[in-house]
Design a protein around this ligand. Sequence first.
Ligand code: ADP
Ligand code: MN
Ligand code: MN
Ligand code: MN
Ligand code: MN
Length: 364
Amino acid sequence: MALATNSPADSKTLLAKYYNLPQPEDKIQVMYVWIDGTGENLRCKTMTVDREPLRPEDCRLWNFDGSSTGQAEGSNSDVYLKPRAIFSDPFRGGKNKLVLCETFTYDMKPHATNHRFQCTEVMEKAKEHEPWFGIEQEYTLFDTDGYPLQWPKNGFPAPQGPYYCSVGAGKALGRDVLEAHYRACLYAGVEICGTNAEVMPSQWEFQIGPCEGVSAGDHLWMARFLLHRVAEDFGVVVSFDPKPMPGDWNGSGAHTNFSTKAMRRPDTGLKAIEDAVEKLSRKHAEHILVYDPKQGMDNRRRLTGLHETSSIHGFSSGVANRGSSIRIPRQVAEDGFGYLEDRRPSANCDPYQVIRMLVQTTCL
Ligand code: ADP
Ligand code: MN
Ligand code: MN
Ligand code: MN
Ligand code: MN
């Protein structure tokens, strides 16, 4: 009888036996997670500690070989990891943890790809505004052959229309990944507030928030990590590319919903939202530069003015308008307070850059 080691399902059945072994009380696994040199991919590695860490400060400074992640030269390759946010590990369970880290160079300066550092400084300056963020993360599932999950291998599925918020075989492609990820996030302590099937087949969305300040970025990055990790179990690949399939197929964004204390108040709400939109209208190009990891080159493929996007070349805003840069949700316009939605960030954006820029432009 052959050992089916290449089958993910068989492999997971075998693995369950080892996960079920009792784990010594004083041996806790802590997985350190960080953003690599691409600014969009994640890396991880694990250490054993003798006590359960409850706060990021309970986890010690660590390091990794930056020459293997596009983050350092081989001759001076150590990059430091500083834990900043801690989550329960839904894969190893028990007291085991996941810690999201910032990266620092050998001389303890924030690494060029560490956008959390500056984001934290800006949020600190703006803290009396109490900025909240809710981010809608769109993504596409792929087979390991690089073609979208369950698309016919020699052609295309039926045109867009039936897939958004769909139910049923042949329409909701890859739902198991979404469901597993949702529960993994809830277990971990990630502030996930909803999910839906998207417009392109095999495209999905989850939402994070509302979270205050820099924590919005922490929760989104950890949710992305969990999604890659869950999809790995299913033998499926996650793409955050903003336009994974050229042609008449929707791209993927990371709509960023944003409010300040004044925007959330019935007496000042709409005025504060309108003031923020006015300020944003004057900084369109600066925002586009940090709304994807390639200074706008990625978003250029997505923000065409078609497929529920605005053109990358100009700023626009409107109530309930999904073809504008900034949308004010219908309910918010009716209530007279709430939040605004910036529809421009690319699905592969660094949320620390996006929320930092929003606060810098509208609050400081
Ligand atoms: P859409 O209609 O654009 O698809 P979603 O329901 O997908 O909207 O997402 C709405 C997002 O708005 C969620 O991430 C939620 O956390 C966020 N949100 C709700 N209220 C606020 C608020 N006051 N400030 C910031 N974000 C908010
Ligand atoms: Mn080694
Ligand atoms: Mn949405
Ligand atoms: Mn969406
Ligand atoms: Mn949206």
